[in-house]
Design a protein around this ligand. Structure first.
Ligand SMILES: [Zn+2]
Length: 53
């Protein structure tokens, strides 16, 4: 089970969570759902912390 660190949606299906984006910010592993990762793909690729989105 994964929880989106941006919108808080919960994915119960481990297979679905595989499509989620993950990043490490300040040593903390974060997960983002497919909708959020698509919406914020540019910020993720730039390795910006989500607080700057
Ligand atoms: Zn989300």
């Amino acid at each position: 089970m994964a929880t989106c660190d941006f919108c808080g949606v919960v994915e119960d299906d481990p297979a679905g969570a595989l499509t989620w984006a993950t990043s490490v910010e300040k040593g903390v592993r974060r997960s983002y759902c497919t909708d959020c990762s698509r919406e914020h793909l540019r910020s993720l690729e730039a390795k910006l912390d989500s607080e700057w989105w």
